[in-house]
Design a protein around this ligand. Structure first.
Ligand code: ADP
Ligand code: MG
Length: 309
């Protein structure tokens, strides 16, 4: 298949079609019509083989995850996802790989009504760049910069599973292997939660580099500090069955790839959260992240998130 046949067969044909796309794949630009009175939110993320995923990761999981990490950014800001572009660099024209990649990609895209509206295809070392776009009502999207002293800090779901799933090793209890590997390969973007938080949260971020590092971004950008009680971090049964509690806490703080949301809420709005997210601490006036174990004791574990450079 030539380049244009690949684009048509593996990408254009699989995408849902939205009414707000004026012009999709096939011209020099796509044209979209965002709803009136809404703001456009745009994010992009690249996944490079050997850096963001192991070279033997299934193509369908690579497709799913490339979009999931982008939708997670939209979720963190309270956006409704709508469109994406895909810039794909491939070492060779491997139709089996393309078919599996596109199956994983569109499984997630179609679930959230995201239309593929354009992209690029080049030859080279495997790398996938997706740009995702969505919208939110004016002035209602969430920022990293608006946390206030006194806010309660929450996280969704459980932390540390993906970092353990990546290890895919003997340490994982057999019954939990599939769950932990799925948490690494197929993170679920918290789109519904993000939209719910528009009216509730002061600040929000998605956890991609570990809770300590990503909560740190909220603290820096909001000019506040935080106290976090590490024994309150939500750890899955799968994690606790596989590693010690201490290691579990370290994975939750520093392991990457959770793609859960961390958000801060004024205490008088906490009752509006209609699902039991876990409160892990509070925002304070004291700069920095104060980690505590069992309320008062200082926690002395490490706290370095993943850094590329
Ligand atoms: P140009 O040369 O103008 O950049 P291309 O020949 O690269 O255009 O692409 C032709 C059309 O196919 C464009 O509409 C582009 O957005 C789309 N396209 C290219 N690669 C992809 C891809 N991987 N996924 C989806 N659309 C793509
Ligand atoms: Mg091009």
């Amino acid at each position: 298949m030539n380049e244009f046949a690949i684009i048509e067969h593996f990408f254009n044909a699989s995408s849902i079609k939205r009414k707000d796309v004026v012009l999709g794949i096939g011209d020099d630009c796509a044209i979209v019509q965002p709803p009136p009175d809404q703001e456009l939110l745009i994010t992009t993320d690249t996944l490079v083989s050997g850096v963001h995923f192991l070279p033997d990761m299934a193509a369908s999981d690579i497709g799913f995850k490339s979009l999931a990490v982008n939708l997670s950014d939209l979720a963190a800001k309270g956006a409704e996802p709508a469109w994406m572009t895909l810039a794909l660099t491939l070492p060779k024209n491997d139709e089996t790989w393309l078919k599996n990649f596109s199956t994983g990609l569109f499984e997630l895209a179609n679930r959230y009504h995201v239309q593929l509206i354009g992209g690029d295809l080049t030859k080279g070392p495997l790398s996938i760049t997706i740009q995702a776009m969505g919208f939110a009502p004016k002035n209602q999207s969430l920022r990293r910069s608006n946390a206030k002293p006194g806010d309660l800090i929450y996280v969704s779901n459980t932390l540390g599973d993906a970092a353990l799933g990546l290890k895919n090793s003997m340490t994982i209890a057999k019954t939990y292997q599939d769950f932990l590997i799925a948490r690494h390969c197929r993170p679920e973007p918290r789109i519904e939660l993000g939209k719910q938080l528009r009216d509730i949260a002061h600040a929000s971020i998605d956890i991609s580099d570990g809770l300590a590092a990503d909560l740190g971004h909220i603290l820096n950008m909001s000019h506040v500090g935080a106290t976090v009680y590490v024994d309150r971090l939500p750890l899955s049964n799968a994690l606790l069955a596989s590693v010690s509690r201490e290691e579990g806490i370290a994975l939750a703080l520093n392991g990457g790839d959770d793609y859960e949301l961390c958000f801060t809420v004024a205490p008088d709005k906490a009752h509006l959260l209609n699902t039991p997210y876990t409160c892990i601490g509070k925002i304070t006036n004291q700069p920095g992240l104060d980690l505590r174990y069992q309320d008062e004791k200082k926690y002395n574990g490490t706290q370095a998130g993943y850094k590329h450079f």
